[in-house]
Design a protein. Structure first.
Length: 367
């Protein structure tokens, strides 16, 4: 029996609100669980390769997959922690440079326009003191962040081991819990979710490397200090749609303005805009594809709700979570419209973009 539209809509909204409330209550456990689920899906082909080609026992393949994940995470954390420490050591010097630039502008304004801005200067100086502080305070704050991140990672690693090791049992449970007539559709949904998650995460990793590399080279050519740090930070935060590139770009522009002057900061701003356009129109379609795209409204809502629920991790997880919801809705009778409204509108006549790199290498836009 098909439910009326109003009843069906009310049921979906009630389920979403109830689920969201439970997610907020259990964010300490659910956030690392969702991260572990994403990583387990990503590493499943590697574990299957070890078991099928090299005849590894399931437990041993899980351990090797776990070690590979740990090596990758340790490398990323080591890079950002060491770079952050160097950057924090230079913050007192950066504060002096910023105040010097501001004071020169202040003198120019007061002399040419005869305007008194002493109170504004005092307010700005106090604000900079609070914002930049001493390197010891900033490092202490950084360590407090990584201590909470450490707990997140411990939970994530434990969940990752269990999910990857018992993936076949969990798959069987997810299929068998439904009536036999619904099992083919459930299997189809699970396979689509696995494909989309792998495509999304691998695409994000490639996007992180490409965008981070382009920004790093661009800043290095301009002579910006910490070019590699700002470039990789931009690549990492670019995972968060719209807000990530804005925040990292703003940081880099302010740093360039304080250390190299207004002219170079304008060049940096223009460069970030161009790189963002390249990323949105070339890199993202080719390495992530259109099926993972979420329309701008739901992306923005997902970022806000994710941040309110789980903080920064919620912002990172919002897009893959919406992509999973989109797949589920698209494959349930009567809920297809919800999947369509979450998804990215694609013209049926739109042809895939292709770029001929060499005679034998052609880049083609993913589905």
């Amino acid at each position: 029996m098909r439910l009326p539209f109003v009843s069906k809509t009310a049921s979906v909204l009630i389920c979403i609100i109830t689920f969201g409330y439970l997610v907020i209550l259990g964010h300490t456990i659910l956030s690392p669980l969702f991260f572990a689920f994403l990583m387990a899906v990503l590493f499943t082909p590697f574990a299957n390769l070890l078991e099928q080609k090299l005849r590894f026992p399931r437990g041993l393949s899980t351990i090797f997959s776990f070690l590979l994940l740990v090596i990758c995470l340790v490398g990323v954390f080591y890079f950002f922690i060491t770079q952050s420490q160097h950057f924090a050591d230079d913050l007192p010097k950066l504060r002096i440079q910023i105040m010097d630039v501001v004071e020169r502008g202040y003198l120019s304004i007061t002399q040419e326009m005869n305007i008194e801005l002493s109170q504004q200067m005092d307010f700005l100086q106090k604000g900079l003191d609070k914002l930049l502080g001493s390197s010891g305070e900033i490092l202490g704050f950084t360590l407090s962040i990584f201590s909470s991140t450490g707990l997140f990672l411990i939970y994530s690693m434990l969940f990752f081991i269990f999910i990857l090791n018992y993936r076949r049992l969990l798959y069987k449970f997810a299929v068998d819990v439904f009536d036999e007539k619904h099992r083919p559709k459930v299997e189809k949904i699970i396979m689509k979710i696995q494909k989309i998650i792998k495509q999304y995460i691998i695409g994000l990793l490639l996007q992180f490397i490409l965008v981070g590399g382009i920004v790093s080279v661009f800043l290095f050519v301009l002579g910006i200090k910490y070019a590699l740090f700002f470039g990789m930070l931009t690549g990492l935060l670019n995972v968060i749609p719209y807000l990530g590139i804005t925040f990292s770009g703003g940081m880099t522009i302010i740093f360039a303005w304080a250390t190299n002057g207004v002219d170079l900061s304008i060049v940096v701003m223009v460069g970030y805009v161009v790189i963002h356009l390249i990323d949105a129109n070339i890199i993202l379609p080719f390495v992530v594809g259109s099926k993972v795209k979420i329309n701008a409204l739901f992306s923005f809502l997902g970022l806000i709700i994710g941040e309110k629920m789980w903080g920064i991790s919620g912002m990172f997880f919002s897009i893959p979570f919406l992509a999973i919801l989109k797949i589920i809705f698209e494959n349930i009778d009567g809920l297809e419209a919800w999947g369509q409204i979450i998804g990215y509108e694609i013209s049926p006549r739109k042809q895939k973009k292709k770029y001929q790199i060499t005679k034998n290498i052609v880049l083609e836009e993913l589905d």
